[in-house]
Ligand binder design. Structure first.
Ligand SMILES: Cc1ncc(C[n+]2csc(CCOP(=O)(O)OP(=O)(O)O)c2C)c(N)n1
Ligand code: SF4
Length: 273
């Protein structure tokens, strides 16, 4: 099949629409960007696996025609690791919420990056736990109002990209649903990268985060992402006291560390010679 013959719509289970997300939720935009990236790379749907966790983002698997797997909350990356090791020939995309990927699954994120498993992790970071009623996650910004921090979150924010970097991921990037073309481009780059790659996508949850923090509906949240993000280089040049007002976006890491299977296979070959 030539690249032109693969369309994003081929991966969408149209018969399962309309989706169950709230009006203005960003999860559908991220799913479309994933399918557009897969179409651009002409990945046959028989060779594509979407592994998801529990949470609003976890329902994305209901809307695709490629292989899909919904793991338990926080364990998605462990399942995705197993899928990739059993079937190295397939492209595995692991789609997680920030609760899924940073809180209960934070440990798996660290070790998937450290092992450099050839999986693309997409973190749909809506800055809270959407499905269970808007509680804060480790990635919720300091001071945010959530259902578990009525007077503002007091715990420090976990920077998922920095974490993936120090753990050894080969590709790490962050963008937002407002910058939708960038979401697709970064996911394409991530899929093409051999080894562990992570794309964090800041995405609106108007129902909880937008409402509790008086940012407003989806349009309000998209404007907020537009106004509160800076390209990485500009962000780095800010004085420290101003950094807390912005999220950076861009590509943070691109490296070529051998992935898990390559290291494993050469170790086995060395021992059997
Ligand atoms: C082992 C386990 N712990 C807790 C839960 C309850 N639970 C379901 S979804 C969720 C949080 C979802 O938040 P996130 O991963 O950020 O996804 P979102 O709903 O925001 O897309 C939690 C805590 C669960 N289903 N399983
Ligand atoms: S609660 Fe938030 S994350 Fe969940 S579907 Fe609604 S807007 Fe999306």
């Amino acid at each position: 099949m030539s690249p032109k013959e693969v369309r994003y719509g081929d991966y969408i289970a149209w018969e399962n629409l309309p989706h169950l997300w709230c009006a203005g939720c960003g999860h559908g935009v991220i799913l479309k960007a994933i399918t557009m990236a897969a179409a651009e790379l002409a990945i046959p749907k028989e060779k594509l696996v979407l592994a998801t966790g529990i949470g609003c983002s976890g329902r994305s698997g209901d809307y695709v025609t490629c292989h899909r797997f919904q793991g338990t909350h926080g364990r998605t990356l462990a399942f995705a690791t197993g899928i990739k090791l059993a079937r190295p020939d397939v492209t595995v995309i692991c789609l997680m919420g920030d609760g899924d990927g940073a809180a209960i699954g934070g440990n798996h994120l660290l070790h998937a990056a450290r092992r450099n498993i050839d999986v693309t992790a997409v973190i749909a970071n809506n800055l809270n736990y959407g499905m269970t009623g808007g509680q804060f996650s480790p990635a919720t910004p300091l001071g945010s109002v959530t259902s578990t921090s009525r007077s503002g979150k007091t715990e420090a924010t976990m920077d998922l990209c920095a974490l993936a970097d120090v753990a050894g991921a080969n590709f790490v990037a962050r963008t937002t649903v407002y910058h939708v073309r960038e979401v697709q481009r970064f996911i394409e780059r991530a899929i093409k990268t051999k080894g562990f790659s992570m794309v964090e996508v800041l995405t609106p949850c108007p129902t909880y985060y937008g409402r509790y923090n008086e940012i407003g509906d989806s349009v309000g949240m998209l404007n907020w992402f537009k106004n509160r993000t800076l390209p990485l280089e500009k962000y780095q040049a800010l004085p420290p006291e101003e950094k807390k007002n912005y999220f950076w976006r861009g590509i943070m890491v691109e490296r070529e560390r051998p992935d898990f299977l390559e290291t494993y296979r050469s170790s086995v070959a060395r021992r059997s010679n």
